[in-house]
Write a protein that binds this ligand. Sequence first.
Ligand code: KG4
Ligand code: ZN
Length: 335
Amino acid sequence: MQSDILILGIESSCDDTSASVTKNNQVLSNLIANQQIHKKFGGVVPELASRDHQINIIPVVDNALKTAKVSINDINYIAFTEGPGLIGSLLVGSSFARFLSLSLDIPCIGINHMKAHILSNFINSEPKFPFISLTVSGGHTQLVLVKSFSNMKIIGQTLDDAVGETFDKSAKILGLEYPGGPIIDKLSIEGDPNSFEFTKPRVDGLNFSFSGLKSNIVQRISNQIKSDKNFIKKNLKDLCASIQNTIITILIDKIEKALKIYNIDKIAISGGVSANSELRKRISTKCKINNWNLYLPELQYCTDNAAMIAISAYYKIINNDITEASQSVYSRNNW
Ligand code: KG4
Ligand code: ZN
């Protein structure tokens, strides 16, 4: 019988410093230090993100080990995010992981952040292949045909802005803090989703485009403010609900299209925007009606976390799929 595999996962691709300890496919700890410094800038400032990772990384890793009640000497593998993401941020996590690996003689595995988001669905769950994955985060929007842990093919992606970015930029014009996605989600609960109509992009096939919608939202709101400076205040909840409704409708339409084209009845959603309550509710209803299988990560594993990095490494190890970690980190998706 194979002995237990203990993995220390490290994630630092954007503005969250996270460390996790997993035992086989079980999460023993998952610690995340959110960087508050970006709120006042309305978006992530890369230079400040790197500096905060540097401050956070040692206490976060230390806490993850303590919470899991595991000593660093018991760790069998160290997994880290090698890309895509902000280069300065990635360098902090990857350098730290490589240094630990070298000094303690523990093998180290580089993980693709986007594939890890997809595999976050395997934490406390066992999705069946093949499935279509919709990965919706702050920097990416992808439809992926997933045939196995290692066989993943991008079948659609955004031609311009990402979904999370659209939520965040809309929030900014509404005067809400960064990240705006969760705030829009919350305010939408009491809003009327049909009170404002925004332009829906017409993109053939399985690709997405959000820049037209984003401009339309900004223009409509800016014009209204000219004639009524209290326009946002008076309509905030309705605006949030209408923006959210437009975005979620676009996503659900594409999911349906992808399932039909590939004749698949299983869908997995992941990434920060998969925490959106309206998306979760509407896709759950759709799946029930159509008898499709739906895989959704628990809320704590939707946004960036190191548990998904460690779990991805676990499946690489048991499937004998470990390749050399890249010599360097990368900002753009490389697959
Ligand atoms: O996956 P993630 O944590 O980081 C990236 O890899 O980008 O995703 C962050 C994005 C942000 O744009 C944030 O506004 C969005 O996910 N987000 C949400 C919600 N929670 C996070 N968007 C809509 N509704 C939410 N509940
Ligand atoms: Zn992410």
